[in-house]
Design a protein around this ligand. Structure first.
Ligand SMILES: Nc1ncnc2c1ncn2[C@@H]1O[C@H](COP(=O)(O)OP(=O)(O)OP(=O)(O)O)[C@@H](O)[C@H]1O
Length: 253
């Protein structure tokens, strides 16, 4: 029996008269890697932002580990969110801070660790994401795209989260770097027993890394394994995977 970590019930989000989600239900299980997919503008980012408490204008219920997030006092929510690691698409590293200071930033803000302990933890996280110690002294502008993603990931992991939210983690990477990044996510997921929720357009990621896929269709989600989604006759789902790439990937396995 899977344990539900995040439960979303009857979610409705709306901008003006435009409804983005309409009665959306989704359970995210502890320990799984869930991919969120869907066409452009289907509401993937808004869903992620709503779970993260960045978009407030919604109705419905969101629970995390059994606690209702809706109407949770801001202080309590802030404390709870320290168990969440977040990596947004536009890496969002501070350009004026070194890599080491970027990674230590959440520690300095939220932990009572000494400067020495923060630095040690930072080096541990650097190693975890496959970067050498010397990278700590570089600045974001001196890094490749793949390295920026790894640094952003190290920072997202620095407070030992139990769930990691990734928004298009492999976008902008060449196929080799993207595959390496997928492998890294898979390794971290296994080693740290992380729950991972990622918005992605990358079929290779979906196939290699995700246990289940939640696809936004008709302002709600259809959830299943890639195989189950491929077998779903809904025209929008069929169209999304119609490039044949998914079938090629499945056949090769
Ligand atoms: N702050 C906002 N104000 C008004 N409309 C918004 C806002 N944020 C998102 N929307 C609208 O909500 C819809 C869903 O947007 P969202 O960014 O979630 O799509 P998406 O599935 O992430 O798309 P993409 O794959 O292109 O990033 C879009 O029609 C978008 O224009």
């Amino acid at each position: 029996m899977m344990e539900t970590l995040i439960s979303i019930r009857q979610l409705v989000t709306q901008f003006g008269t435009q409804r983005v989600h309409d009665g959306l239900n989704l359970d995210i299980y502890r320990g799984e890697v869930l991919g969120i997919v869907g066409g452009s503008g289907s509401g993937k980012s808004v869903l992620l932002r709503t779970i993260l408490g960045l978009d407030h204008a919604y109705s419905g219920e969101i629970h995390f580990s059994g606690q209702a997030l809706t109407h949770m006092p801001a202080d309590d929510f802030a404390r709870l969110k320290r168990d969440w690691g977040v990596m947004f698409q536009r890496g969002a590293l501070f350009s004026s801070l070194s890599v080491g200071d970027n990674i230590q930033f959440p520690l300095r803000e939220f932990s009572a660790l000494s400067a020495e302990e923060c630095r040690e933890l930072m080096y541990v996280r650097l190693e975890m994401v496959g970067l050498e110690r010397a990278v700590a002294d570089k600045f974001p502008a001196q890094l490749s795209g793949g390295m920026v993603k790894r640094v952003a990931l190290a920072r997202a992991l620095v407070l030992d989260p139990i769930v990691l939210f990734l928004d298009e983690p492999t976008s902008g990477l060449d196929p080799v770097s993207a595959e390496e990044f997928d492998q890294l996510i898979g390794t971290l997921h296994r080693n740290l027993k992380l729950t991972v929720v990622m918005v992605t357009h990358d079929l290779d990621s979906l196939f290699s890394t995700c246990d289940r896929i939640a696809m936004l269709v008709d302002k709600q989600v259809v959830v299943g394994t890639l195989r189950q989604l491929l077998a779903n006759p809904h025209p929008q789902i069929q169209q999304y995977f119609s490039g044949g790439r998914a079938r090629v990937l499945l056949r090769g396995n």
